[in-house]
Design a protein around this ligand. Structure first.
Ligand code: TXA
Ligand code: MG
Length: 311
């Protein structure tokens, strides 16, 4: 199949409404979308990605009316978090309504909902006029895509359309918060920090992920975000081989074969996945990633690097 590349949210929405899978930009990472209420269309996402069918998709919405359609109930905590962070880099898990097909929620009784803030995404979702089910736009197991070129690498010839936008502003996936329980639980750290969430709902806690026997967020049990290369987390440059690659915020004492010195934590987060992909393209075998304090976006950044280093 020929993958259409377009800058027009209207054209991309037309392709989606006819049953196509459309990759689209967001402020976190690119998504791989299909019309949410049609099981056959949504099925195509799982096939294109090679995604296990027990891993649910996020519903991307343009407005609060769509949220009311997807959720069975909206607890007070969810309302507070939505008021504070929607539109934005937050996904809220709510009890799902009867209209949500099982394939989207992977058989769970809940649905993850996100309202992206990027203007182009909003225009696209508005043109769709229906919620869009979408995981991150990467082949299963690969790092998420933060540019349309990365999407094309993974999906050229496999999906109907790519909506071309800029590189993703945050570069890490949204924070996932379960609000279907009494106190909100963060299932995946992300661009919105736990500190920010607690300022709005102080009871918000960090959930346990991989070590848990029956993970609350099914995605947690799969290997994620990993390049082909071996990822090593380092605190300093005492025990490194400069023939390899490095990404971090400190200037190394001498240059690595391939390196990216970031301007700060946000730049580090924004650059990580693209750097992973770049290193794979260059055939590099080891990528050193500098450790950062687990605060603010640093927590999500360290989570992704730690996951990538466990192979
Ligand atoms: O920033 C993002 O969230 C991006 C953009 C495209 O919106 N999307 C994204 O989707 O990262 P995905 O599918 O790659 O990751 C969603 C995560 C998975 O770990 C999944 O298991 C979890 O959220 N999730 C989705 N629905 C859930 C639910 N109902 N209950 C628990 N976890 C859920
Ligand atoms: Mg993903």
């Amino acid at each position: 199949m020929e993958t259409k590349l377009t800058k027009s949210p209207k054209l991309a929405a037309q392709v989606l409404l006819k049953g196509g899978v459309v990759a689209f930009p967001t402020e976190t990472v690119y998504g791989l979308g299909a019309s949410l209420f049609d099981e056959a269309y949504v099925q195509k996402i799982f096939l294109a990605k090679g995604r296990p069918s027990d891993n649910p998709l996020i519903a991307h919405v343009a407005n609060f009316h769509e949220i009311e359609l997807l959720a069975k109930t909206i607890p007070r905590t969810a309302e507070q978090l939505m008021e504070a962070f929607f539109p934005g880099a937050l996904t809220i898990i709510l009890p799902k309504s009867k209209y949500v097909p099982d394939i989207v929620s992977a058989g769970l009784s809940t649905i993850g909902i996100r309202m992206p803030s990027l203007k182009l995404t909003q225009m696209f979702l508005k043109e769709c006029g229906t919620p869009v089910a979408a995981p991150s736009a990467n082949l299963s197991g690969k790092p998420s895509s933060t540019s349309w070129k990365a999407v094309r690498e993974d999906f050229d010839g496999k999906i109907e359309c790519i909506l071309k936008g800029d590189e993703s502003e945050f570069g890490l996936e949204s924070t996932v918060v379960d609000c279907s329980v009494a106190h909100p639980v963060v299932l995946r750290t992300g661009a919105i920090s736990i500190e920010e969430l607690q300022r709005v709902v102080p009871e918000t806690r960090l959930g346990i992920s991989e070590s848990h026997h029956a993970p609350k967020s099914p995605g947690m049990k799969y290997r994620h975000y990993a390049p082909e290369a071996t990822v090593k987390l380092i605190d300093d440059f005492s025990d490194v081989d400069y023939a390899h690659a490095f990404i971090g915020i400190s200037q190394p004492p001498k240059p690595f074969a391939h390196q990216k010195i970031c301007k700060g934590l946000s730049d580090y987060a924004r650059s990580l996945y693209a750097f992973f992909r770049e290193c794979d393209a260059h055939g590099l075998k080891t990528i050193y990633c500098q450790s950062v304090p687990k605060q603010g976006i640093g927590l999500a950044l360290m989570d992704r690097i730690e996951k990538a280093s466990k192979k």
